[in-house]
Design a protein around this ligand. Sequence first.
Ligand code: TXA
Ligand code: MG
Length: 334
Amino acid sequence: MRIKTRVVKVNPENLEENKIGIAAEVIKKGGLVAFPTETVYGLGADALNEKAVRKIFEVKERPADNPLIVHVSSVEQIYEIAQPNKVAKKLIDAFFPGPLTLVMKNKKVPEITTAGLDTVAIRMPDHKVALKLIELSETPIAAPSANKSGKPSPTKAEHVFEDLGNLVDVIIDGGETKIGLESTVVDTTVYPVEILRPGAITKEELEEYVDVKYAEDFSVAKSPGMKYRHYAPDAETIVLVGKDFFKKAMQIAEDFVKKGYRVGIAGLNLEDKRDEVIYKNLGRSLEDMAKNLFNVLRELDKECDVIIIQGVEEKGIGKAIMNRLYKAGRVFRI
Ligand code: TXA
Ligand code: MG
């Protein structure tokens, strides 16, 4: 299946509804639209249209047992498709719209979207383009991250084009995404609620409202997606956690360079530079790092055989960053 992809550029601060309207028509007709959210780009289809959702699995080459997140633009829409309990309602009030996905009892989302589970994962993105697209499509939109399975999630429209160009009908280009890591996924059908995937909404923030625990091993059984090797560059990826990152990274890099490998180093507070080794700055803070991580991994992956990347403390959004890095490569304490 190859089609000509239409790229539509929009300015999230000054929405031109007719442009989003074009994409909404595609969703209504059962097509595929990649769109920006505040976390990463999503690959969207009408969540209630089986045929359309099947296409998402095909173009992403995603295993059929990995359920999709359903995106809504209003709270009423949640009640049409699912049955939130008291705990879910509390979290909806507190965090929607935002980078939080809630697993709740399903009401009418088809099996293909939920991979046959009796629950459905729902999120209301905090992004004007995404919300307008859902509203104009007049249906909830199922959307995984818009990467090929096994690639880092896209934080720019260019990433989507690299992975899925000419496989999707429309890519809405709304610039770089703000957060850069996928949403926190929380199962509200158990108590304490369980974090199935860490993200920008942290355990501490959730604990202001409900009791929370991390699912064991980010629960292979409960969040099917977590068992697959995600976010993995093709390059050998080495994550170093601890003091003196740069010194240790240079030592390792030199060994690889001697053997003829092309090496990239990514860390906080570095200067972008190309020498014998390629250096990439991840920014100054954990928030910067979350935002830049997938883009830097993609860029280094194009040019390097080995990527050495700085690990961080598993606190706050550091928990989500390290969760992605465990999947990207091997983690060493230094
Ligand atoms: O930020 C995000 O969440 C992005 C944007 C596009 O919204 N979407 C995203 O979707 O990351 P995806 O498909 O790449 O990840 C969805 C995760 C997977 O780990 C999946 O297994 C889990 O959510 N999930 C979906 N439905 C579930 C359910 N009913 N029960 C448990 N886990 C579920
Ligand atoms: Mg994904």
